[in-house]
Design a protein around this ligand. Sequence first.
Ligand code: UD1
Length: 420
Amino acid sequence: MDKFIIQGGKPLHGSVMIGGSKNAALALMPATLLASGKYQFENMPDLRDISTMGKLLQMMGVDVVREGTSLHVNTFRVNKFEAPYEQVKKMRASIYVLGPLIARYGHAKVSLPGGCAWGPRPVNLHIEGVRKLGASIDIEKGYIIAKAKRLRAAKITFDVASVGATGNVMMAAVLAKGTTLIKNAAMEPEITALAQFLMKMGARIDGIGTHLLEIEGVDALTPVDDVMIPDRIEAGTFLAAAAITGGNVKIERCKPAHLTAEIAKFKKAGCVLEVGDNWIRLKAPRSLRPVDVTTAVYPGFPTDMQAQWITMMSVARGNSTVTDAIYFDRFKHVPELIRLGADITLEKNAAVIRGMRHLAGAKVMSTDLRASASLVLAGLVAQGKTEVLRVYHLDRGYDRLEKKLHALGASIRRVSSQEF
Ligand code: UD1
């Protein structure tokens, strides 16, 4: 298990290129099950979650080959319609194969994901949505067993605007007979990217980027190529790295329009931001101002930036509150940040933070992807040496994070397990 060793206190300077969106890629890859043939994706980030999805598709008979930042997918020989527990437990997004498999092949056996590192994450909306489209669903020995001849359109209203359920049900509905309505659909850019990809394949979808999707089912789709949108969470994490270290960094090849809520909060915290078409430059203030944040569905402040914001606020000039309204228990990073000297109290789904002048380096443990990012940020600003253990969580969602930070002037290195 690798760890990072960070010597804090170096302001970041320069520019950094943002990679393709992990969560968009995780939706588009299973969508290839909807039509047999060859696909080529560009700007594919080299991440553990992407190879996990690749392996899952390979287990179904799909050819998946990476060539630099291109990913070649061939779905001619799909011969297995199952997502086994061993894969799903590694990555919950594996459940995305449910919709395409049932729509295209009429059956699917997908393991239930179970809990995740920060608490329960149900998939009831995915199951209910597919059931409403006419699939019969049985839960047997921890597996969702779905069967259908041809799916039929339905009116579906989600209680919560779930990203995963919207993606899954949309992928099922594009091949269903008739016109499906999804009310309270997620509007996240990754869902928009999926909808646009499906449209390119021949799907008919209205209301893309809104809470109401109208999907007119078609008989068949065709394979197409696509380019992944930039990863807005990676961009946000680098903005936070610049802000917390008192740096001046240009974030390149990002999509500022996807970061409106974050940009507003960074400005409130005293950062000076310049925004171009596909870049953002952030110049940090001498010390950050405290800014309250409550996470929300897009276009609100993303829960995937909550941990990073808490770290920033730990060294702000005053008190703030960060509330997670999406995942109430997503605070595993807080006890670790406290080990570095942060003053944070948890009250239900909120972190009440008293900004400290300094954090002090220590050994801390990654518990999940974004928690790990928040610990790296803390290490960048903490006095002395911070060791972030178990960075394999980080490798799920950040492509060469330590190399990119190093190029910006951070003192950070990866030590692999053989070396300690
Ligand atoms: C996706 C993202 C994840 C991000 C999250 C919220 C991917 C691969 N992952 O996860 O990085 O943190 O969106 O922006 O894109 N819910 C239910 N029932 C369901 C499904 C969800 O109650 O069947 C609830 C969840 O418990 C949560 C909320 O809906 O409170 C949002 O979850 P959801 O949008 O589904 O997140 P994911 O798609 O799992």
